[in-house]
Design a protein around this ligand. Structure first.
Ligand code: GLU
Length: 284
């Protein structure tokens, strides 16, 4: 018997949804319908400094307006910190993480200073124990980063890390893709103020929720490389990926919150119906 088809839409309530989100949500929803599978909604609200309850309420309303329905209860990441904490401790105990005390600014400068192309993403080292103890004592902020070097040693290289792409990556990647976690560098998996970072929460949740197909925009294709590594390290199953093209506006630029793209609420306020919007984006 084929494994059940389970997919999800996983927005972060940091703003109002726009057409790009609607396209992603409808793509996943339609895929689940066609496969006779399940569609889940997951609220990715681990960064409490950026997420707002009013954005969460608005996104539920917007998605229902679009005609989507989902299983309840909805998983809200902020309610499951213990699950992520367990995964984090597991990685830390196996020597796969280190504390990085550098600020974002110091990292940007370090990357800038490196000979051209030598360091596009950050890769670091743990501090010598005495210095680390001193910084901890001083109460300095740090992030837990995944050590690619330790990960590579643990897995005996990255060659076996592969995933199936049924959609398309930004450079036309399709079919079996060899994961290149080095694209992400030593990613941050937790911070002092935010107990867990995006990549870790996503792989833990996708596994716990039995997600068989991750359907999302191509802007997250690179994330799949890092997430595949975490699945390998945590012995979690790897879902099939379907990255879809990003919706662009009449000016050819993609819709994004930071561009102040017209939100679904704005569209609704000026009389656009959900049926109009679905038709415009090629859904019925
Ligand atoms: N929460 C992420 C976002 O809003 C999506 C995560 C995912 O689909 O893997 O960009």
């Amino acid at each position: 018997m084929a494994a059940p088809f389970v997919t999800r839409f996983a927005p972060s309530p940091t703003g109002f949804l726009h057409r790009g989100h609607a396209f992603s949500a409808l793509t996943a929803f339609q895929a689940a319908r066609r496969a006779g599978g399940r569609f889940l909604l997951r609220i990715e609200d681990i960064d409490r400094t950026r997420c707002r309850p009013e954005h969460e309420a608005a996104l539920l309303e917007d998605l229902a307006w679009l005609g989507l329905s989902w299983e309840t209860p909805v998983r809200r990441q902020s309610e499951h910190m213990a699950d992520y904490g367990r995964a984090l401790r597991d990685l830390a105990e196996r020597g796969l993480l280190y504390r990085c005390f550098r600020t974002r600014r110091e990292i940007a400068e370090e990357i800038e200073r490196a000979p051209h192309g030598a360091m596009e993403v950050f890769r670091g080292q743990p501090l010598p124990p005495e210095e680390e103890a001193r910084r901890l004592q001083a109460g300095d902020a740090y992030a837990w980063r995944l050590s690619l070097e330790a990960a590579e040693r643990t897995l005996g290289g990255f060659a076996a890390l592969r995933f199936v792409e049924e959609g398309e990556g930004p450079s036309g990647e399709h079919g079996e893709v060899r994961a290149r976690p080095e694209l992400g560098g030593d990613v941050v998996l937790a911070r002092k103020d935010v107990g867990v970072a995006y990549h870790l929460a996503v792989v833990v949740d996708d596994a716990l929720q039995g997600v068989s197909h991750v359907i999302r925009g191509q802007d997250l294709f690179e994330a799949a490389h890092v997430q595949r590594l975490l699945q390998g390290l945590l012995a979690l199953p790897t879902p099939v990926y379907r990255h879809h093209r990003l919706l662009t506006g009449p000016d050819g630029r993609r819709f994004a919150k930071r561009d102040r793209a017209e939100t679904l609420r704005d569209l609704r306020a000026r009389g656009v119906t959900a049926a109009d919007l679905r038709r415009e984006m090629g859904f019925r």
